[in-house]
Design a protein around this ligand. Sequence first.
Ligand code: ADP
Length: 168
Amino acid sequence: MKKIAIYPGTFDPITNGHIDIAKRSVRLFDKLIVAVLNNPKKTPLFTVNERVELIREVLKDEVTIEVDYFNGLLVDYANKKQGCAIIRGLRAISDFEYEMQMSLINRRLNPNIDTFFKMPSEEYTFLTSSAVKEIASLGGSVAGLVPRVVEKALKDKFKHISVIQFEV
Ligand code: ADP
């Protein structure tokens, strides 16, 4: 039976830290599904479709990585996809408490699905999608933090947003 892992997240947008975790994880499983959470409580910069398309473009050479999106409970989605594992990244102690709580809740909801934590390469331990958006919105360079295609998408997004604000 194939071992399938789910790497869920907001990915707004995908960064080199996320890519590092995905590439480290895929070696351990037959298939990795990078799953974008469609969370109605959050107001992301990129739509779910834009996020999925960016991830597909960035990971197109990884033949055992699939990109998808989901609504609702992660364990239900993992079950539907026949996943046996959830992958999460741990950057610092600050991630730990929330991640531990989520993994224990998910284990309670479905004891057959285990959460695995991966640490990124140290150069990405400070990297968050929020920081990337903040830098890009202020016209700073995010080169080296995100792939080129994401850099371009951020530029386009903020160009558009500043035009709208200017017109208003
Ligand atoms: P979420 O809203 O689910 O935290 P994110 O897109 O911010 O979604 O992150 C998805 C997963 O990737 C989380 O487990 C997060 O800890 C991890 N992650 C985010 N940035 C990094 C990074 N720079 N290095 C390693 N893991 C990361």
